[in-house]
Design a protein around this ligand. Sequence first.
Ligand code: SAM
Length: 283
Amino acid sequence: MTEHENRRAVGQVKEVTSLANPLVKDIKALALKKFRDSQNAFMAEGLKLIIDALDLGWQIKTLVFAKAGRGNQAVEKVAARTVAAGGTVLEVSEKVLSAITRRDNPQMVVGVFSQKYRTLKDVRPKNGDVWVALDRVRDPGNLGTVLRTVDAVGAKGVILIGDTTDPFSLETVRATMGSVFAVPVAKATPDAFLSWRKSFPGLVVGTHLKGAVDYRSVDFSNRPVLLLMGNEQQGLPDDLANSCDKLLRIPQAGRADSLNLAVATGVMLFEIRRSALTLEDRP
Ligand code: SAM
């Protein structure tokens, strides 16, 4: 980014201190799914996360930063990138930023991005690829944690089946710690999923409390793997369970009936990806 571009971006910054400002009202409305969907937008907080999102090609609509960010080189660089991408830059008071993020001590920078979903047609797994399908996941913390874990193990993406919590809610985005930008997400009705599943070129494993197979006894290597996880309250319904090649169980001791969905997904993913992960993997 050149000096000239930086100055140009700073010149285009709109200063906003009123909660009644229509731009601020639109961003605040993103707390509701109805408005996230009608604006095809969502909010993410934090400078590093926004830089990562831009680097990964996500489209930024609006950058909001607190007055404290004025003169901060990194913030000004992101502002310049936002302007270059055709987005709007707002410098706001702490009060406005708190209202937007619904937090007392908000991050200095908030980005509004366009939502992005893959279609099932885009999901064409190769050997070694792992995808996770979540049946009607309800809890934003669970979905965010699964997206983060999928990212961490190097799995390829997540398919949301049926009526699920929103991957672009602020709560889910927060729980992903930025992985929402790194992990492709597709949505499907149960029927669309079941018909797509027929052409899945690898192993489809479901996890089930009545599963007869110990998850540690399966060879997951050298083929695409699709891991199917059940809803928090009801587990996998019969049609989804019957579509799996195997139903696996994670053995448990103690009094707990089951594991938390995100924990069970993590246990499964680290087993499926066991041979692919080494301590040397990370730069
Ligand atoms: N009451 C639900 C049931 O009957 O399945 C419990 C669902 S559990 C909280 C959410 C999901 O995590 C399950 O559908 C399953 O996919 C997975 N899960 C949790 N514990 C598991 C275990 N011990 N073995 C296999 N899967 C498990």
